[in-house]
Ligand binder design. Structure first.
Ligand code: HEC
Ligand code: HEC
Length: 172
């Protein structure tokens, strides 16, 4: 009896401290950037905005797709040698993985600027994914896949903040 009480107390403490560390959307400790407009838009509207922006971007770089991204765009830091034509797809992929539009990381049409912390976070996330794939996963023996790897979707699954706990069972 005493033991199970102690166990329950320990578990409570564990969940409580984990809960404190977790963030919920809307309680961002970061300085508020420009309003994130897509929060109120429907899924359909977001998809349309992404398609529209990607279409404009593709039209803008037409004919230069094979040139290095570092030459075609103004502020590429991740992979300057990547073909410029791959950047729009990458932006669409990230938006989709986080369930956001371009506006989460950019002010539309000011793509090269560094005015949103989310843009810096995205770069750091790319670095993290790189370390996990090229270093950490390779050190784990006896995995099933010959080349196990993770990507943005592995954690984010269409959400800005990846889930930590499994979803609770609905009571009603
Ligand atoms: C999760 C954050 C994120 C989202 C969402 C996102 N981007 Fe980006 N974008 C970045 C980052 C980070 C870079 C810089 C990449 C680098 O340094 O190599 C970038 C760079 C760019 C550039 C190059 C700008 C330049 O001249 O240097 C363009 C254009 C761009 N994004 C367009 C878009 C469009 C259009 C969308 C929506 C479909 C979008 N992005 C969605 C993070 C994001
Ligand atoms: C191993 C899991 C994992 C992977 C893979 C991952 N992320 Fe994240 N990401 C997180 C966690 C955890 C946070 C922090 C959420 C929070 O603030 O509590 C986060 C936060 C972010 C944020 C800030 C969100 C916000 O506005 O608060 C961005 C942007 C982001 N990730 C982009 C990416 C991109 C782009 C990729 C793929 C290149 C990626 N992430 C891959 C776990 C991951």
């Amino acid at each position: 009896m005493k033991r199970s009480y102690a166990l329950a107390a320990a578990l409570c403490l564990m969940f409580f401290s984990a809960g404190v560390a977790l963030r919920t959307p809307g309680s961002s400790p970061r300085p508020a950037g420009p309003a994130v407009e897509q929060d109120t838009a429907s899924h359909e509207q977001n998809a349309q905005l992404i398609e529209h922006e990607l279409g404009e971007l593709r039209a803008k770089i037409a004919g230069r797709e094979k040139e290095p991204a570092g030459d075609v765009f103004k502020n590429i830091q991740l992979n300057k040698a990547m073909e410029a034509g791959r950047l729009p797809g990458m932006m669409g992929f990230w938006s989709n993985a986080l369930g956001v539009t371009c506006k989460h990381c950019h002010i539309v049409d000011q793509w090269e600027k560094e005015d949103r912390p989310e843009k810096q976070i995205a770069r750091d996330m790319v670095a993290m994914v790189g370390t996990i794939n090229t270093d950490l996963l390779k050190k784990i023996k006896n995995l099933d896949s010959p080349e196990p790897r993770i990507g943005c979707w592995t954690c984010h699954r269409g959400k800005v903040i990846p889930e930590f706990f499994p979803p609770r069972e609905k009571k009603n």
